[in-house]
Design a protein around this ligand. Structure first.
Ligand SMILES: *[C@@H]1O[C@H](CO)[C@@H](O)[C@H](O)[C@H]1NC(C)=O
Ligand SMILES: *[C@@H]1O[C@H](CO)[C@@H](O)[C@H](O)[C@H]1NC(C)=O
Length: 306
C-alpha cells in the first residue's frame, strides 16, 4: 500500500506559526574581552546551545545594570563560558536577578563551563576565595568519578527513560570524553563548605590533586561543569602552548555526552516559558555580531565592538 505525502504529513496540516521562533528557548552567553576594542564568543558555544534546541543572544561583559536587566528579561537563562577574566560586576548582577526570578517561581536557568563553572561556584559561595589554582589539567580528557549525589542528580539522571535512553553515569564512568582545560578549579574539601552546592563528580589532575568536575544547586536550576562539552562536537584542537594539545573526543560517546548535557540544560531553561521578544531590540547572535574571526582554536569566533 502506498501512503500519500499528505497522509505522511498528517491530516491536521500543522504549519509553523509566526510564534514558533519566539517559543524556542533563548539563552544569553556572556562575551569576554578579546582585545582593547572587541569582545568575543567562540562559535562552539552558539552551536552547542543550538544543538540542545536554543537560540543565543550576547550578554556583554561590560553591560550596565539596565542592559543586564533587559537581557535577563528576554532570555530563559545564561551560559557563562570558559576563558580567563575575573568575575565581573554584570555577572554578579545577573546572578542576583536570576535568583530573584527563581524565588518568585520563574526557573531562570544558569549554566557554566570551566571559568563559568568557577564563577558560579564563587557566586554560590558569595566569595572568590573558593577558587584554588595550580592544577595540572590543561588538555586532559577524563572519565568522571561520580559521587552518589551525582549518580542520582538531575543533570546525569534526568528522568531516565523519559527523554533519553542514554545512561550518562555509565557512559561517563567508562569513557574519557570530558575535556579539561584549566589550571584553577574547586577543591572538593572547599566545595563541601558552599551551601546547597551538590558535587556531582570529581577528578584528579596529572599530579593527583582532586578537583570538582561538576555541580548542581540542590534546589535551583544552576549547573556547572569544569570540563568543556561545547568542544566535543565543534572544535578540533587544543589551545594550550604548554603541553601537546589533546583535542576534544569526537567519537560517538563524546558527541552523545555533549548532546545529552545541553539538551537537559535547554529543557530546564524552557520551563520559564517564552521570555524573548524581538521588539525589545535584543538581537540573536547571528544578527548582532560585528564580524567573525576564522581559523583559531575555536574554528570560528564572533566579535563585537565594545
Ligand atoms: C581587536 O580585534 C578585532 C578583531 O580581530 C580587530 O578588528 C581590531 O582591530 C582589534 N583591535 C585592536 C586594538 O587591535
Ligand atoms: C556577595 O554578595 C554581595 C551582596 O549581595 C555582593 O555585593 C558581592 O558582589 C557578592 N560577591 C560575590 C563574589 O559573589
Amino acid at each position: 500500500m502506498k501512503l500519500s505525502l499528505l497522509a505522511l504529513l498528517g491530516v491536521s496540516s500543522v504549519t509553523a506559526s509566526p510564534d514558533s521562533l519566539t517559543a524556542v528557548p533563548v539563552i544569553a552567553i556572556m562575551s569576554h574581552p578579546y582585545n582593547s576594542t572587541h569582545e568575543f564568543i567562540p562559535a562552539s558555544y552558539v552551536k552547542y546551545l543550538e544543538m540542545g534546541g536554543a537560540r543565543t543572544v550576547r550578554l556583554p561583559f561590560t553591560a550596565d545594570d539596565a542592559e543586564v536587566e533587559k537581557i535577563v528579561d528576554n532570555t530563559n537563562g545564561i551560559l557563562f563560558m570558559g576563558g580567563k577574566p575575573t568575575l565581573p560586576e554584570p555577572a554578579i548582577h545577573a546572578y542576583a536577578l536570576a535568583t530573584d526570578l527563581q524565588d518568585g517561581g520563574t526557573p531562570y536557568t544558569l549554566g557554566g563551563t570551566c571559568l563559568g563553572f568557577q564563577w558560579l561556584s564563587m557566586l554560590m559561595a558569595n566569595s572568590t576565595e573558593v577558587l584554588s589554582c595550580g592544577f595540572d589539567s590543561e588538555d586532559l580528557n577524563l572519565a568522571l568519578e561520580f559521587t552518589d549525589a551525582g549518580k542520582a542528580s538531575r543533570t546525569y539522571n534526568p528522568d531516565t527513560g523519559k527523554y533519553s535512553s542514554v545512561d550518562m553515569v555509565s557512559l561517563l564512568t567508562d569513557n574519557a570524553v570530558t575535556l579539561n582545560m584549566h589550571t584553577c578549579g574547586i577543591d572538593p574539601v572547599v566545595a563541601a563548605t558552599i551551601p546547597d552546592y551538590t558535587v556531582l563528580a570529581t577528578n584528579m589532575d596529572r599530579a593527583g590533586l582532586p578537583f570538582v568536575s561538576g555541580f548542581e544547586h540542590a534546589t535551583r536550576p544552576i549547573y556547572g561543569t569544569q570540563f568543556h562539552p561545547e568542544k566535543n562536537n565543534f572544535e578540533y584542537g587544543g589551545d594550550s602552548a604548554d603541553v601537546a594539545a589533546e583535542p576534544a573526543v569526537h567519537d560517538e560517546n563524546g558527541l552523545r555526552m555533549a548532546f545529552e548535557l545541553i539538551s537537559f540544560f535547554v529543557r530546564e531553561a524552557a520551563k520559564t516559558g517564552t521570555r524573548y521578544d524581538a521588539a525589545s531590540g535584543v538581537e540573536i547572535v547571528y544578527e548582532s555580531n560585528e564580524g567573525i574571526e576564522k581559523g583559531d582554536a575555536h574554528e570560528e569566533t564572533y566579535m563585537w565592538k565594545m
